[in-house]
Design a protein around this ligand. Structure first.
Ligand code: NAD
Length: 280
């Protein structure tokens, strides 16, 4: 284990453009259950999974009713926001923010909607599946903080669904629900990052949710053709893909990752940062 932590630290120090990909396993130590682990939300409440698959269809059919249900105090989303308000970033989130501050990590692409990377101080975060504390215009992708709209007042005045302040389009919560496409701006930017990086640190994801799980495959397949403005011409760079997870994943089993550091993100990431400090 120790030698893998040292190896990850020296790979990070040598990298020119390192990025991190994160999943629910990043936040379990903050008290947010993952979906598919033994204590996962779906494992414990299969009914919640069925309901989660219906959310986006409801929005598409009738955005006004969707919002009315959400604001009624009996929605999955309302419960989620209450729960997320009570948790805090853990040492793993702070470690990634520190790597960014040191100039090593260039961005975090997260599947998590919990806003914990941002709260820990990470500046460049691509919320691949959205952010529970934001709203998004479904026409122009403009994002708004929740506080920018008085949703209760809109409901009382019969003004739902909320409308975009820039283009007048319908505004939805930013969370990307099951069956909903990834917002085009985030999808494009994430793909660019996967094609640009020479190191991908993948933390706490089962890597079975697509299209997110394509990002490591893209990084692996572009090895050797990295942008010349960063890496110089005629210089073959091999992308390093490091996994940090409590258990092996399909990326481990299919040899997409170079190595797996098996353990807890909240414990291993701070140790990696310590080694990076010693090595740089
Ligand atoms: P997942 O539940 O499918 O997998 C979690 C992975 O993390 C598993 O491989 C598990 O072994 C690992 N893990 C759990 N705790 C860990 C720890 N402390 N240290 C290291 N590894 C740990 O999660 P996923 O791959 O992110 O995909 C699930 C989807 O669910 C995502 O789309 C995400 O948007 C959503 N989700 C988000 C949150 C959140 O915002 N915190 C929580 C649950 C689910």
């Amino acid at each position: 284990m120790e030698s893998l932590i040292n190896r990850a630290a020296s790979d990070l120090v040598e990298s020119k453009y390192a990025i991190a990909l994160t999943g629910a396993g990043m936040s379990t130590e903050s008290g947010i259950p993952d979906f598919r682990g033994p204590k996962g939300l779906w494992t414990r409440q299969p009914e919640a999974e069925r309901r989660a698959y219906e959310i986006y269809g409801k929005f598409q059919q009738n955005p006004k009713e969707y919002w009315e249900e959400r604001l009624s105090g009996h929605s999955l989303l309302g419960d989620l926001l209450r729960d997320l308000g009570k948790v805090a970033p853990n040492p793993g989130h702070y470690a990634l923010a520190e790597l960014e501050k040191m100039g090593i990590l260039k961005c975090v692409i997260t599947q998590n909607i919990d806003n914990l990377h941002e709260r820990a101080g990470s500046k460049r975060v691509l919320d691949y599946h959205g952010n529970a504390f934001k709203l998004r215009c479904v026409s122009c992708n403009a994002r708004y903080d929740l506080e920018e709209y008085d949703l209760q007042e809109l409901r009382d005045e019969g003004g739902l669904p909320p409308r975009c302040k820039k283009c007048g389009g319908i505004v939805k919560d930013d969370i990307v629900h099951f069956t909903e496409p990834i917002p085009s701006d985030i999808a494009e930017e994430s793909e660019k990052e996967a094609l640009k990086c020479d190191l991908m640190l993948i933390c706490g994801t089962s890597a079975v949710v697509y299209p997110f799980a394509n990002l490591p495959l893209m990084a692996r397949s572009h090895s050797g053709t990295l942008p010349s403005e960063l890496y110089g011409t005629g210089y073959r760079t091999i992308v390093k893909i490091i996994e940090l997870n409590a258990e092996p994943t399909p990326l481990t089993q299919d040899g997409i990752s170079d190595y797996l550091i098996q353990g807890k993100t909240g414990e291993i990431l701070p140790q990696i940062v310590e080694q990076v400090k010693k090595a740089s």
